[in-house]
Design a binder for this molecule. Structure first.
Ligand code: SF4
Length: 400
């Protein structure tokens, strides 16, 4: 086995690390040296002076869920007094606010609601595309797709093909947590297993959809399990790039959010869970080195806070994530977003410039929408309301 210094040189030269080498580097290597190499790789693979961001909104269309993940503070069981399914008016108002901010995408996710048939999703997507054609719809996640497939007795292929035909542009990478079934069985025993998560992504990529890869650390997983999770993502990326060139658009990682509102945070084993900021940065840097076939890495300000997210821009990340004009899942457990639940475009620019980079707005495929070669004022980046498109809106009966 090479020394950690030689492994870093190998990675810096663009050579791939084996899982064994990766594990050795991750556990024994100097985190500062790893961050330096990760930053160099980021400068080589993406435009060096630029940090990109997305103007989007996370919309949670239903909080009804039957899956009881231990780390979730968001869901409500069917029939709960706080259970909801979004109406089209609510959804439209949120999108119009997003358009006023110059937004380009919605990321719509929800619980595993047993009362929503596939036709509900198809109708909603068709309505969204007809009403807001300029908005990219990256919606659901592999576990929601699997839930619909189970409810309808369909394959995941059939569900994704139908939803894609109705207007689904992308499948976000939520629900990956750690792609290792021993971990998944412990923290979310009713949720999608590793093979199904990867299978849904493989299908979505084959259909030409936008996809992202995620990892959440701090579930009491071993270092080997983290490496296994990253290796599975790297393998699928190889496979998809070779088959049709449409792989994951980005890798995003964050730390498990412990809170009194989820069972992980209340657990008597709480001390075994979670990960600190240093571990976040170290893992982010390692991922940039190990996932040699990924281009874009996102910093996660909603879970880590702004200071750590800015430091992640020197640990392999080239993207500051999104405005998240709204987020309800992480924010119900994350300490940071309780203080700053949403980020204005001006504030995002401020953070990127503070780190010494030029901000650039992108779309979900990381194509640049707008560059900003000078400092913009708060007024220039303020929202510009648009005329409503909801005047003739009639809610479908099943949404009532
Ligand atoms: S994380 Fe998702 S699947 Fe798990 S309980 Fe929460 S809403 Fe349900």
């Amino acid at each position: 086995m090479l020394s950690t210094t030689d492994l870093l040189k190998k990675a810096a030269n663009g050579e791939r690390l084996t899982p064994e080498e990766g594990l050795f580097l991750y556990t024994e290597g100097d985190p500062q040296a790893m961050m330096a190499v990760a930053h160099d790789l980021r400068l080589q693979k993406t435009e060096p002076g630029l940090v990109t961001y997305l103007v989007d909104r996370n919309i949670n269309y239903t909080n009804v869920c039957t899956t009881d993940c231990q780390f979730c503070s968001f869901y409500r069981v069917p029939g709960h007094p706080e259970a909801y399914v979004i109406t089209r008016r609510e959804l439209g108002e949120k999108i119009e606010e997003l358009l006023a901010w110059g937004g380009t995408r919605i990321l719509m996710q929800g619980g595993h609601n047993p009362d929503l048939p596939i036709g509900w999703y198809e109708d909603l997507l068709r309505w969204l595309k007809a009403t807001y054609p300029e908005i990219e719809c990256d919606c659901f996640s592999p576990s929601e797709i699997e839930n619909i497939a189970h409810l309808e007795d369909l394959s995941m292929e059939a569900v994704l093909e139908r939803l894609h035909a109705a207007g689904l542009d992308g499948l976000p990478g939520g629900g990956a947590e750690i792609l290792d079934d021993a971990v998944r069985k412990r923290i979310s025993p009713k949720k999608t297993k590793t093979a199904a998560w990867l299978h849904a992504m493989r299908i979505a990529q084959g259909l030409g959809m936008v996809t992202s890869a995620t990892m959440v650390i701090g579930f009491g997983e071993t270092m080997q399990q983290r490496i296994a999770s990253l290796t599975r993502l790297r393998q699928l990326q190889d496979e998809s790039l070779a088959a049709h060139g449409n792989g994951f658009s980005a890798f995003i990682m964050w730390t498990a959010q412990l809170s009194q509102t989820n069972s992980l945070g209340r657990s008597r084993h709480r001390d075994k869970y979670g990960a600190n900021y240093d571990e976040y940065l170290h893992t982010n840097a390692f991922a940039r080195i190990y996932l040699d076939n990924f281009t874009n890495f996102q910093a996660s300000w909603p879970t880590q806070g702004l200071d750590v997210a800015r430091r992640a821009l020197f640990a392999g990340a080239n993207d500051f994530g999104s405005t998240m004009l709204e987020e309800n899942v992480v924010s119900q457990a994350a300490a940071y977003t309780e203080k700053e639940p949403a980020m204005s475009v001006y504030r995002l620019h401020e953070q990127i410039r503070l780190a010494g980079f030029e901000p650039a707005q992108r779309d979900s495929r990381y194509r640049i929408v707008r560059r900003f070669d000078r400092v913009m004022s708060r007024e220039e980046l303020a929202p510009r309301p648009i005329p409503t498109r909801l005047t003739m809106l009639q809610e479908p009966v099943e949404l009532a």
